[in-house]
Design a protein. Structure first.
Length: 622
């Protein structure tokens, strides 16, 4: 590892920590009343939330234009999105708090999204365009009571952009960039991203239509002496319509279409080791949904319903075609007795279908209840229960108890919080009935998660929080010669520390550290230590620059040429970003450099990683 890069990383983190300790008379007042929603489904101040909720605002998204959604989420504590640093078509693995992809639930506008034909039943974040996102909330830890099956290690709730209050508004963004490995220094333009949207509000009617596309070439998936280029293309369209019938009743509907095509490299005979091949992967997904809402005194009744149709095809020596459908409906009643007691009662129904040798399906029908108590003396309690009724596995009861206690300080608050929660994760259709290693006798996973921590937040722009978590997995689904339940429980624990300091209105320091350890056994591609640190500075009202650092500790991966586990070296990455707005904020130009020092590292054994790359872009608001 290059000592200069290590030293720079330590310096970045050190600057953040020094800044946290400094005192100044010029501090600006930071808004303490940040609102979080996902951990209770009510708009609560962060002070009253007893969970670790990461909120990525629209401003933070604006300050990271040119990145994709996986790259941005990967800068947050407790999270490792493996594959986000590799060739564009690389599969993504979502590892949160020592868990795997199938234990993370992704929501779009509060509705679960997934692909029942995939092994982990996940939603492919490569399909999503970050420029269509208004904000992201990430709940870490078990959240099955509110969100059901699979919400064991995290819920990622993506809120898409809303219509402008003007009758007609528009936005156009375009980004050009390089896409090269550490050995290449040609800086050819190989990456093209575009997004355009039209939206507005006319009396009681609102609308938003958007289209985006991305094309990337220049890199080979397989690391080889004479690599060929594996191209990646994606386009997506979205339409949202809303109508406010009265002060009490409004109705919204949406439809979206995603399409992804990418060249991939495979494992050809007779060696069956990763090599340059002419393999391809294609994915299409169509979603439609509605969300009517009726508001009454102290409460509301809402229904979120969506239908997805998915088609995927892999063209290789092991070709396969998958067709799948999912139907999700979540009907719930929210009621606030007063400013201290909030309740939500609902029923969540899901049906998943996937075509293998024949069509397979299962359903969940889950009634749930959650209540939040916010006292006048600092005590807050978030508690609830859900009865998972699975068509294959019968009924399973899950619950959560999440107390917190905050003490007002002269310039903010100090909060202690904890959580005790269970989760239920049913095997997915591919694991039960799929083409490779299916096992219809699998048992569902059950998780117990405990966590506790402290948060310190002040009006002076300083926020510190730290927590310890411990998660026990029973019946973990593993793959040997096929899918099976592990004979022993897995126990994972760890520590997360986050710091944010804003000494001036123009300057922000952020940093986070994650320690994750599996007490027994091995988890592939999971770093034991991970650090993110950043400095953001507004040179003027129109100019912004940031410097970001990421350290990823050593991990274990499997070398499939020998079927032996290998230790991967740690690595450090540094990124730069600059933006400037013109014409009364209607035009924004921006530039970014990733992997500034051209670090050579391995993310997945045998696959290419990105070297130093540059992107240039513009964003026009009309």
């Amino acid at each position: 590892m290059n000592k200069r890069k290590h030293a720079f990383g330590v310096l970045c983190l050190g600057i953040s920590m020094v800044g946290l300790a400094q005192q100044t008379n010029d501090l600006t007042i930071e808004e303490l009343d940040e609102i979080v929603i996902s951990d209770s489904r009510f708009e609560l101040k962060r002070e009253h939330s007893g969970k670790t909720v990461i909120k990525i605002s629209r401003q933070e998204i604006e300050n990271n234009q040119g990145r994709n959604i996986a790259e941005l989420i990967n800068t947050k504590s407790g999270i490792e999105i493996n594959g986000s640093r590799s060739v564009e078509g690389q599969n993504l693995g979502y590892y949160v708090r020592g868990g795997n992809t199938r234990q993370v639930l992704i929501l779009v506008d509060g509705i679960a999204v997934n692909d029942p034909s995939l092994v982990s039943n996940e939603f492919d974040l490569r399909l999503f365009d970050l420029n269509t996102v208004e904000s992201i909330e990430i709940i870490k830890g078990a959240a099955s009571t509110l969100y059901g099956n699979a919400a064991a290690t995290a819920v990622i709730n993506i809120t898409t952009r809303k219509a402008s209050a003007n009758k007609v508004a528009g936005n156009f963004m375009s980004v050009l960039g390089t896409n090269q490995s550490q050995e290449d220094d040609s800086y050819n333009i190989s990456s093209f991203t575009n997004n355009v949207s039209v939206n507005g509000t006319a009396n009681k009617f609102n609308y938003l239509a958007s289209f985006g596309n991305r094309f990337v070439d220049g890199l080979s998936a397989a690391k080889s002496e004479n690599p060929e280029e594996d191209t990646f293309s994606r386009f997506n369209t979205n339409l949202k319509l809303g109508y406010k019938f009265s002060e009490k009743f409004n109705f919204s509907a949406f439809t979206s279409y995603y399409k992804l095509n990418t060249d991939i490299d495979g494992f050809p005979a007779p060696a069956y080791v990763l090599a340059d091949t002419e393999d391809e992967y294609h994915s299409e997904q169509t979603r439609v949904g509605i969300s009517p809402k009726y508001t009454y005194n102290n409460g509301s009744i809402q229904v979120n319903a969506a239908f997805s149709k998915i088609k995927r095809e892999t063209i290789s020596e092991f070709s396969s075609t998958n067709e799948a459908e999912s139907f999700v409906i979540d009907a719930f009643n929210k009621y606030s007795f007063d400013e201290t007691f909030y309740t939500i009662v609902g029923v969540n129904f899901t049906e998943y279908k996937s075509l293998f040798l024949e069509e397979q399906s299962y359903t969940n029908t889950d009634p749930y209840l959650n209540a939040v108590y916010v006292s006048e003396f600092g005590l807050n309690i978030n508690a609830g229960a859900r009865l998972n009724n699975h068509s294959e596995y019968g009924s399973h009861f899950v619950y959560n108890f999440n107390p917190s206690y905050s003490v007002a300080l002269n310039q903010g608050y100090l909060k202690a919080f904890g959580s005790y929660a269970t989760s239920f994760i049913a095997p997915n259709l591919s694991q039960l009935f799929g083409y490779y290693g299916a096992n219809p006798d699998l048992e569902p996973e059950e998780n117990l998660t405990m966590e506790g921590g402290l948060e310190f937040n002040t009006e002076n722009g300083l926020r510190l929080n730290a927590l310890y978590f411990n998660r026990n997995e029973e019946n973990t689904i593993i793959y040997t010669t096929g899918y099976e339940n592990a004979s022993t429980d897995a126990n994972i624990h760890g520590v997360e520390v986050e710091a944010e300091f804003k000494p001036f209105k123009t300057l922000t320091f952020t940093s986070n550290y994650t320690f994750t350890e599996l007490k027994e056994g091995t988890r592939l591609r999971l770093p034991k230590h991970k650090i993110n640190a950043g400095i953001g500075y507004n040179f003027s009202e129109n100019s912004f620059a940031s410097l970001n650092y990421q350290f990823v500790g050593s991990r274990v991966d499997t070398d499939f040429s020998t079927y032996q586990n290998v230790d991967l070296d740690s690595f450090s990455l540094i990124d730069l970003y600059f933006s400037h707005t013109l014409l009364e904020n209607r035009l924004k130009v921006f530039a970014g450099v990733t992997n500034l020092f051209n670090e050579d590292y391995t993310e997945v054994i045998g696959y290419t990683t990105k070297g130093r790359n540059v992107n240039l872009g513009l964003n026009i608001n009309l």
